[in-house]
Design a protein around this ligand. Structure first.
Ligand code: ADP
Length: 397
C-alpha cells in the first residue's frame, strides 16, 4: 500500500463562491509546495451553482451543476468529502483566507475557540465577507474537530502602516470603536513583496515600490523596503479606486445627498455602492475589462479612461507617501492580462518618466519597462493561495 500523502488545504470562502486548493507536502518543509488540485464552487445563492475540480495542470477532473438549494455549508461539505473520499490524502491542516483581523491580529494565527470568538466581533467591520470565512471554519471544526485550522488575514500585511496612514479625521469616540484605515489584499501584496527580489537580477528589495492589484477588487499599495506604508483601501474594501462593481471612494456628501434628497434606504445605498457602480455603473454595460475593450463605445471608453486616470492619480498619492518611486508592479486579473490598461496607465504616468517596452508589454512579460526607464515596471502573477499555504505550514503544531 502506498503511504498517504501529507497535504494542507487552502480555503477561500467568498459571498458567492468557495475556492479551495490542496497542496502536497514533502519531507522537507522548506521544499516548494506541490499543488495537487483546485476546487471552485461558483454561483452559490444563484440559480446555477457549479463545482469544478482541476488538477495541477488545470485538467478538469470533475465539473457538474449542483442543486440551486446548495448553500455555503453544503458547498464546503461537498468539497471536503470529495477531497477525503479516496483516502490518499493525510490532511494536516486547513489555512483560511479571513478578510478581517481587526487591530488585534497582525499575523496569521492558529484558530482556537477564543480566536474564533474574537474574529466574530469583526463581522461588523466586514459584513460582506467575514461571516462566510467564519462559517467555513466552524463547518470544518464540526466535520474534523482535531484538524488544526489557521486564519490568514487580508488586513495583516498593512499592520506596518504608520499612524498617519491609518488615521481617519473623525472624533476620538468613533475612532476608539475601531474606525480607522485597515487596508486589504494584504496576502497578495505580501506575495508580491516576496516574489520581486526573486525576479530581480540583483535579488534586492526595492526601496520604493507601488503594487497595483487589479482584479474584481482593485487596490494599490506603497511598499517601502518591502513593507506596506500606505494603501488605497481603508476602513472597508469599498474605498479607493473604482472597481468592477464597487464605486471606490466618492464624496461622502454624495451619500448624504442620496439618503436625504433622493430617499434611498441604507440597503439601496449599499447595493448601489457595492453592486451597481464602478466600471459597470460608468459603462452601463459590464464590470469586465475584457467586455469593455471589446465593445469600444464612447461609454465603455470613458469608463476605462476614468479607471486609468484614477490609477495614475493614486500613483501620485502613493509616490508622495514613498518620497519617490523605483518600481511599479501590475498584478491580478486585469494587471496580469491587459496590456491595453497597463499601456494607458503608464502613458498617464509619463510624469515619472516611466518608459514602457511595448513589445514586452504586449507579451505580458515580467519586466516590461525599457532598460533606461528610471522606474522599473513589472507584471507579476499574484498567488494568495501559496501565501496562505506557507503561513499554514509555518504554524503547524
Ligand atoms: P479576483 O479579484 O476575484 O481574484 P481576478 O484577479 O481573477 O479576480 O480578476 C478578475 C478580473 O480580471 C475580471 O473582472 C476581468 O475584468 C479581469 N481580466 C481577466 N482577464 C483579463 C484580460 N485578458 N484582459 C482584461 N481584463 C481581464
Amino acid at each position: 500500500m502506498t503511504p498517504r500523502q501529507n497535504a494542507i488545504l487552502v480555503f477561500n470562502a467568498g459571498s458567492s463562491s468557495i475556492k479551495a486548493a490542496l497542496y502536497g507536502l514533502s519531507e522537507d518543509r522548506h521544499a516548494p509546495l506541490e499543488l495537487i488540485s483546485r476546487f471552485h464552487l461558483s454561483g452559490l445563492r444563484g440559480p446555477h451553482p457549479q463545482i469544478r475540480l482541476t488538477d495541477a495542470q488545470e485538467k478538469v477532473l470533475l465539473e457538474r451543476s449542483l442543486p440551486a438549494s446548495c448553500d455555503h455549508e453544503t458547498g464546503a461539505q461537498t468539497v471536503l468529502e470529495r477531497l477525503l473520499k479516496d483516502g490518499q490524502i493525510n490532511l494536516l491542516a486547513v489555512g483560511h483566507r479571513v478578510v478581517h483581523g481587526g487591530s488585534t491580529y497582525t499575523a496569521p494565527v492558529l484558530i482556537t475557540d477564543d480566536v474564533l470568538r474574537d474574529l466574530s466581533t469583526f463581522i461588523r467591520l466586514a459584513p460582506q465577507h467575514q461571516p462566510h470565512n467564519l462559517r467555513a471554519i466552524r463547518l470544518i471544526q464540526e466535520m474534523l474537530p482535531t484538524l488544526p485550522q489557521i486564519a490568514c488575514f487580508d488586513t495583516a500585511f498593512h499592520s506596518s502602516m504608520p499612524d498617519m496612514a491609518t488615521l481617519v479625521p473623525l472624533p476620538r469616540d468613533i475612532r476608539n470603536k475601531g474606525v480607522r484605515n485597515y487596508g486589504f489584499h494584504g496576502l497578495s501584496y505580501e506575495y508580491i513583496a516576496g516574489r520581486l527580489p526573486q525576479l530581480r537580477k540583483d535579488g534586492r528589495i526595492y526601496g520604493r515600490c507601488i503594487v497595483a492589484h487589479m482584479g474584481h477588487g482593485v487596490s494599490m499599495c506603497a511598499l517601502k523596503d518591502g513593507k506596506s506604508i500606505a494603501t488605497s483601501m481603508g476602513f472597508t474594501a469599498l474605498a479607493g479606486l473604482p472597481m468592477g462593481f464597487r464605486s471606490g471612494t466618492v464624496d461622502p456628501g454624495i451619500l448624504l445627498y442620496l439618503l436625504e434628497e433622493e430617499g434611498l434606504s441604507v440597503a439601496e445605498l449599499k447595493d448601489l455602492l457595492y453592486h451597481k457602480s464602478g466600471l459597470y455603473g460608468l459603462s452601463g454595460v459590464s464590470d469586465d475589462v475584457r467586455d469593455l475593450l471589446r465593445k469600444d463605445s464612447p461609454d465603455t471608453r470613458r469608463a476605462l479612461d476614468y479607471f486609468a486616470y484614477r490609477i495614475n492619480r493614486e500613483i501620485g498619492s502613493l509616490t508622495a507617501a514613498l518620497g519617490g518611486l523605483d518600481a511599479l508592479v501590475f498584478t491580478a486579473g486585469i494587471g496580469e492580462n491587459s496590456p491595453e490598461i497597463r499601456r494607458q496607465v503608464c502613458a498617464l504616468a509619463a510624469w515619472l518618466d516611466i518608459r514602457l517596452d511595448e513589445g514586452k508589454n504586449a507579451q505580458n512579460a515580467a519586466l516590461i519597462s525599457t532598460p533606461d526607464s528610471p522606474v522599473e515596471v513589472w507584471v507579476i502573477p499574484t498567488n494568495e493561495e501559496v501565501m496562505i499555504a506557507r503561513h499554514t505550514i509555518a504554524l503547524l503544531p
